[in-house]
Design a protein around this ligand. Sequence first.
Ligand code: SF4
Ligand code: FES
Length: 235
Amino acid sequence: MTRTVTLTIDGVETTVPEGTTILEAARMLEKEIPVICYHDATTANGLCRICVVDVNGGRLLQPACIAACQDGSKVETRNSRVERSRRTILEMLDSAVDLSEAPAIQDMMHEYSAVPERFPEAKRREFSILDDNPFYMRDYSQCVLCWRCVQVCADDAQYTFALTLGERGFHTHVATAYEIPMPDSPCVFCGQCIGVCPTGALKPKIEFGLQQGWSAEEIRQATRQPRRRKTSDEA
Ligand code: SF4
Ligand code: FES
C-alpha cells in the first residue's frame, strides 16, 4: 500500500503519496509556484531557488521542486519572506544575464516587483555568440545556467552527452567537452536542448536569421551543411 503524508499548503489540508515534492503537491491544488531551472522533462536539481517556499517558518526557505512533503508540515507558498527571496534572486539574475528574450522570467520580474537596477555595479556575464553549425545558434550571454539543456541531452532524454559545463565560478558556462565545435561533438542536432531552454540562449538558426533580417537566400545558405569533398581514396 502506498504510504501517504498529510500537510497543509497555504492553509489547505492535502494528503499525497510519500515522496511527492511540494511543487507537485501545490500543482495538484492548482497553486502556482514559479520555476526556472525545473522542467517537467528533466531531473530537478534545485539550482535557481526561485521556487522557494516557507515550511513551518523554518530558518531556511525550501526549494519546492526538490523538497519532499513532510507529514504535518505547514507550507506557505507566498508570504513576505518568500516574495523577498524571489525578488532578490530575479534582481541578481537580471544584473548578470541578458534576460531580454526570457518572457517567463520577465513576467516574474513584473509579478515580484523586481528592480532591474538593483545591482548596478554587478559584472555581466558576456560571451560571444557561437555559430558553428547550420542548425542553431548559442548565445550564452542569455544563459541562466539552469542545466535543462545539459540534462535533456544526457540521461533525461537523448543520451547523447554532447553538453557539459566549462570552467568554474563566475565563468561557468555550458560547453561541449574541450569546447570543440558542435559538429565535432556527439551532438545529433535533435533540438531538444532548444525546446527546454527558458531563454533566448539557444535558438534555431532560421529564427535567428529572421530576427536579423536575413533574406531567404541568406537563410538558405547559412543553414546548409557544406558538402564534404571526397578524398582521392573515395573517388
Ligand atoms: S542554454 Fe538555456 S537550457 Fe541551457 S543552461 Fe542555459 S538557459 Fe538553461
Ligand atoms: S525551480 Fe526549484 S530550484 Fe529552480
